[in-house]
Each structure stands twice: as structure tokens, then as C-alpha cells.
Design a protein around this ligand. Structure first.
Ligand SMILES: NC(=O)c1ccc[n+]([C@@H]2O[C@H](COP(=O)([O-])OP(=O)(O)OC[C@H]3O[C@@H](n4cnc5c(N)ncnc54)[C@H](OP(=O)(O)O)[C@@H]3O)[C@@H](O)[C@H]2O)c1
Length: 336
């Protein structure tokens, strides 16, 4: 599939696609990637006029091919209006939060998106899930390979207050069931902890994960393992999942799995001038073991992954430029 489609007069025209949550960290990069590939893009935001969305209008191609429209995922009519005439929908919007009151926003919001897309004759939806819906299972064997067949343990997520993971699991299941019921093609991108430069001005959750270490507000790091990926790779995975006609179902989007000690070591090496902690919360206990994973499905779509060191470096430089991190020269470190 390309960014062109045939109009009723036989002429080729650029396809129109909609991105929900266009102004967020991942949404902004999805919009940028789509514009670079020639699509006409409609981006949704709850308040398109808010200055936090202004960066979108400055993207290359935005003047000619991007429009922003107001939509809340809980407002069905606003979604229908946003999807009118669209070939595809990228459903990226979701609260990134453990607040129990926001769980229904993720789940009912997703049901609304699929249903509104079907009503408007959209053929294909790409849904942004999370590896929070995949990896949270305390009973998974340490030798198991994390892949698209894996699901988090819902009760475990609930008991440990990981309500964001519960919400993403339920939202993904809702998307899959509703798309099957309505005859929509669905591809699901499953990103892990997403790193890299921010296009938007406001600090999102995963960028803040790194900022807290650089600011020294995290006094120790957990004895834990996590999976990481570059935000530009996540955006590319969304577009590949849309463009490849055979793409269906889940695509794990994981570049690398690291113990937090390794992430910290990388940050300390790249930015020795920041007061990044060297203390593990569990000093003396055995280190949590990295698990194996498969990113073969998304690689088969044509995906290549960015090295995490590059993502981290560019994430920090972008947070400095946007004023979220002080620019510290090495000799200033002692005063922090
Ligand atoms: N970043 C990561 O590490 C990561 C990893 C895995 C999966 N994900 C998934 O990727 C997606 C984007 O995350 P992100 O990191 O880019 O977060 P983000 O920067 O906080 O963006 C979240 C977006 O969701 C929108 N949103 C929230 N509630 C909404 C509602 N009721 N109606 C409409 N839009 C709403 C926000 O739009 P407004 O402008 O209207 O507030 C915002 O654009 C989410 O689905 C998240 O679960 C993220």
C-alpha cells in the first residue's frame, strides 16, 4: 500500500489518515512520519488550539497536508467527524496513568474509536498497545521468549496497582474484538518503554523516566529489567503496520532489554556531568535477569532498530533544548 489512492475521477490522490492523540510524544512522531511519506493527515487533540500542539503545525508538509481537529475519545460524534473520509486511523491517544478513573477512558475510548471508524467506512486501524499488556507475568519462566503470544497477568497487574497495564490489556482486547465484529482490519503495535527526542514541548511519562535520573531526584534505581525502543522506530512500525497489506494482529516493538544498572551506566557514560545515582535499591541481592524477546514479526515488515545509546543521547539533548533539564558543563556538577 502507498500513500496514494484512486479518486472517483480516476486520478491518484494522497490518502487521508487520522491520528488520535496527535500532539503526544508518540502521536507527534507518527504524524511526522506520515507527512514525510506524503499522506494527508488529520490529527486529533482535545484542544487543538492549545499551544502544546503548536509543534505539529511546524512539521515538514504540515502547512499543505495537516489539519487538526477537536476530539475526545469519550465523545463518539467528535470521533466520527474526525474519521470522515479517512482511509486509515492510527489510534494512539490514551491516558498514560495508573489513575483508576482513567481506565474507562482507555477502554471505552478504544471501543468508540473502532466503532466510529467502522461507521465511517475506514478500512484499517492501527492501535497503539503497550508491553504493559504483555510482559507483566510473575509466573513466566525466565527462559521463555517474550513474543506476540504473551499477555500480562491481569490479576497480578491489579494487585500491584499497575492499572495502566490493566487498561492497556482491556483496551487491546476491546479493539481486537470490536474490529473483528465490525469487519475492520486491525494491526496492533506494542511498544515498550519509548525513548528518543521529543517533538512536543510538554514532558511525557517515558521521557520523564530518564529525566528523573539526570536531575538526581531518583536516589537509587530498582533491581529491575525493562525493554526499550526509539520513538522514531515506534512511529515507523505504525506506518509499516498500516502500509503492509498482510499486516494483522500484534507487533512487539522492542529494540533492547536491559537491567536498570545497564541503563544507568549508559546515562553516566554519555552524561558524566549529571548526578545520576549509582546505588541499587536491592544492593547485595542477586540481579534481576534480562529476559529474551522476539521482535521478528516487526522486522519482517521491514523494521530496523535504532541503538538505544543514540535514543538516550538525543532524548537528553531534546529535553535540554526544551528546558526540562539544565545544560550542565562538567565543572558545574559539584554545585548540584
Ligand atoms: N511512551 C511510552 O513509553 C509508551 C510505551 C508503550 C505504549 N505507549 C502508548 O502510546 C500512546 C501514546 O503515549 P505517549 O507516550 O505518546 O503519551 P503522551 O505524550 O502522554 O500522549 C498521550 C495522548 O493521549 C491523548 N489523550 C489522553 N486522554 C485523551 C482523551 N480522553 N481523549 C483524547 N485524547 C486523549 C493526549 O491528548 P491531549 O492533547 O488531548 O491531552 C495525548 O496526545 C498511548 O496509547 C500509550 O499507552 C507509550
Amino acid at each position: 500500500m502507498s500513500s496514494y489512492s484512486k479518486a472517483s475521477n480516476g486520478e491518484e490522490q494522497q490518502q487521508l489518515v487520522c491520528v488520535t492523540g496527535a500532539g503526544g510524544f508518540i502521536g507527534s512522531w507518527v504524524v511526522k512520519e506520515l507527512l514525510l511519506r506524503g499522506y494527508r493527515v488529520r490529527g486529533t487533540a482535545r484542544d487543538p488550539a492549545d499551544s502544546k500542539n503548536a509543534h505539529l503545525l511546524a512539521l515538514e508538509g504540515a502547512k499543505e497536508r495537516l489539519t487538526l481537529c477537536r476530539a475526545d475519545v469519550l465523545d463518539f460524534d467528535s470521533l466520527r467527524a474526525a474519521f470522515t473520509g479517512c482511509h486509515g486511523v492510527f489510534h494512539v491517544a490514551s491516558p498514560v496513568s495508573n489513575d483508576p478513573e482513567l481506565v474507562p477512558v482507555a477502554v471505552e475510548g478504544t471501543r468508540n474509536v473502532i466503532s466510529a471508524a467502522a461507521d465511517e467506512g475506514v478500512r484499517r486501524v492501527v492501535f497503539t498497545s503497550s508491553y504493559g499488556a504483555v510482559h507483566m507475568d510473575p509466573n513466566r519462566s525466565p527462559d521463555a521468549i517474550l513474543d506476540e503470544t504473551c499477555w500480562s497477568d491481569y490479576d497480578f497487574c491489579k494487585q500491584t496497582d499497575n492499572l495502566y497495564c490493566c487498561a492497556k490489556m482491556m483496551a487491546e482486547i476491546t479493539a481486537t474484538e470490536e474490529a473483528a465484529r465490525r469487519g475492520l482490519q486491525l494491526a496492533v503495535v506494542v511498544p515498550c518503554m519509548t525513548m528518543g527526542p521529543m517533538l512536543q514541548q510538554t514532558l511525557n511519562f517515558s521521557s520523564n523516566h530518564v529525566a528523573r535520573y539526570l536531575m538526581g531526584t531518583k536516589r537509587s534505581y530498582p533491581n529491575a529489567v525493562a525493554a526499550y525502543v526509539d520513538v522514531r522506530d515506534v512511529a515507523r512500525a505504525h506506518v509499516l503496520a498500516f502500509e503492509r497489506p498482510e499486516a494483522r494482529g500484534r507487533y512487539l516493538c522492542i529494540g533492547t532489554v536491559l537491567h536498570r544498572a545497564q541503563l544507568i551506566a549508559m546515562l553516566r557514560e554519555l552524561f558524566p556531568q549529571y548526578p545520576v545515582t549509582a546505588k541499587c535499591e536491592d544492593d547485595g541481592k542477586p540481579m534481576a535477569k534480562p529476559y529474551r524477546f522476539s521482535n521478528q514479526r516487526v522486522k519482517d515488515l521491514g523494521m530496523e532498530f535504532t541503538p538505544l545509546k543514540k535514543s538516550l543521547y538525543e532524548a537528553v539533548v531534546s529535553m535540554q533544548k526544551k528546558g526540562h533539564l539544565p545544560v550542565i558543563r562538567e565543572q558545574q556538577r559539584a554545585y548540584l
